[in-house]
Design a protein around this ligand. Structure first.
Ligand code: 0O2
Length: 210
């Protein structure tokens, strides 16, 4: 019964989260339009958005040891609004992080660099928690959102990992190790790609000078 009331309360709060997602998406589109002109290619491959499901919110609260209440959601879950930005090269990820840090609209409150320090699973990504200002009709609120930024290769791994083993441990250590190795192989490819891009740009510059 108590949980039903909390679900009803959450439904009426949802407008804040769906609106926050709209504000965040627009900001990222503006950043993308600007970002395009600083590089010779479009550094953002694509952007995916999601609002966390009630089931997923319940699970996360339980894992953290909190009851399912709107108050606990507001205090302890900061990724109901989620955006994933897939970049072409590793440098693009860090350039984008810098642009977001300088935003006058979004305020960065937390950053986790799982590229420099991957998770023990092999997961690589750059995570930012940002505060998004949301102008509602009769109220101005601030909503937390998570931005995950990673390369195509990092996303390839994360997507397949998610499908192979949705949020549970792999059946055997051997499979977990294999996934970890695959992640490292993909990272080597990312590095090779970056080196190739730099070399290509360098040669292009030299031939232009002549
Ligand atoms: P979903 O399905 O994306 O909603 P916090 O309390 O915020 O510090 P949290 O939320 O665990 O701790 O933060 P973290 O570890 O920075 O980010 C969690 C998110 O990163 C997950 O969200 C996944 O999207 C992603 N992630 C982390 N580790 C892995 C991994 O090993 N494999 C894959 N595929 N994704 C991973 P959710 O909420 O768990 O899930």
């Amino acid at each position: 019964m108590g949980m039903d009331i909390e679900i009803m309360k959450l439904n009426s709060e949802m407008i804040k989260y769906t609106s926050a997602l709209k504000v965040l998406e627009t900001q990222l589109e503006i950043i993308n339009d600007t970002f395009k002109y600083t590089k010779s290619y479009n550094p953002i491959e694509h952007i995916k958005t999601r609002i966390k499901t009630v089931d997923s919110i319940k699970k996360k609260l339980k894992k953290k040891g909190y009851r399912f209440t709107v108050k606990n959601i507001e205090e302890h879950i900061n990724d109901i609004v989620g955006v994933r930005v897939i970049c072409s090269f590793e440098d693009d990820v860090y350039d984008l992080v810098d642009i977001i840090r300088k935003s006058e609209i979004l305020t960065v409150v937390k950053e986790k660099d799982y590229i420099k320090t991957p998770k023990p699973t092999g997961y690589r990504s750059y995570h930012m928690i940002v505060k998004v200002p949301v102008p509602l009709i009769n109220d101005n609120v601030e909503i937390y959102a998570e931005i995950q930024i990673r390369t195509l290769a990092m996303d390839l791994w994360a997507s397949l990992d998610h499908k192979l083993n949705y949020k549970s441990d792999y059946t055997t250590k051997r499979i977990a190790n294999k996934m970890y190795k695959i992640s490292n192989e993909l990272f080597k490819i990312d590095e090779e790609m970056s080196k190739t891009l730099k070399l290509e740009n360098k040669i292009k510059k030299q031939t232009k000078k002549k």
